[in-house]
Design a binder for this molecule. Sequence first.
Ligand code: PLP
Length: 398
Amino acid sequence: AQIPDLFCLAITRVGNLVTVAFNKDPSPIKLNLSVGAYRTEEGKPLVPNVVRKAEQLLVNDQSRVKEYLPIVGLADFNKLSAKVIFGADSPAIQENRVTTVQCLSGTGSLRVGGEFLARNYPQRTIDIPQPTWGNHAKLFPLAGLSVKTYRYYDPPTRGLNFQGLLEDLSSAPLGAIVLLHACAHNPTGVDPTIEQWEQIRQLMRSKGLLPFFDSAYQGFASGSLDADAQPVRMFVADGGECLVAQSYAKNMGLYGEHVGALSISADVAIRVESQLKLVIRPMYSNPPIHGASIVATILKDRNMFNEWTVELKAMADRIISMRQQLFEALRARGTPGDWSHIIKQIGMFTFTGLNSEQVAFMTREYHIYMTSDGRISMAGLSSKMVPHLADAIHAAVT
Ligand code: PLP
């Protein structure tokens, strides 16, 4: 007898298809600008020296064991992570209004935060920017929230649609949750100014909207941990409630360790923690120990912390320099159009404004790979490859 199919599954491809195509391309001049991870000038992944040093200390410490962590993770890691995002002298921390739990990087922090809200918060709608990181629209419904979008990007100016954003948040249901990128918005690279953040904050507080920050790039945008956390700190300083999902993937190069934290600033912080445990326990029991130990080792030690900030700034500076070099190369070629958005946008990605046909042309003729929405990872670019990319963009738009 025939064995029945247990699963009626269509084949669904998940993951980076652009990279699959890139890997198959034999061309020596191929360039992959689709990857959301930092690369050195030589195109190699980077493990910061301070991370290597912390790992060495951990390995040499014979007293370390590998027992389970508590449900909420490593205590030092949680305490210090809250200081990284809210500031060392944050009144919210000093007044015990913050609860932090270690989660599985940024994604896991968003997922746990989403489910916590679905179970405990009266409003079950989360407003996410249009566009946003593709996983937001997938993970929040699975956490039990319904997703709506607010206007964010303005294609003609390749900047922020601030008026549209304010209008959409004004008409959001009272108390709705709003997902905000703390800095270096993915995929557009477009962030509000500090003055615009202040207007957003006032509007949200006046409507009782709950901010849920996604902080995947702290330090990557400007090179300064404090400057990149400023929008979050504005919301925490006003005493209102706030959630933050923090990732150490990019800013410590700990991608595969998947270490992050969810912090909730609220007057009922203690009760929040017990509810978070109820979310985490049946999901994965408790988080892994290694990545969090690396982070805690670095954050605990003043010298290592300083070393981290220097290495982080070097990564941010290389990205900023790539923006400048690409902008200048296009200007030198007289490429039609205003390319100033390349230097105005912030963080790992540039939303070039190239359409899917132009992207396909650049892949076919120049072996340059990027997502079809025209997003390029500046971190995947090097000085050596800037002329090749500028030639390709020039040819695509003329
Ligand atoms: N949020 C945004 C905006 C991102 O771009 C990313 C990763 O690319 C994440 C969250 C999740 O990162 P991770 O789960 O690797 O920390």
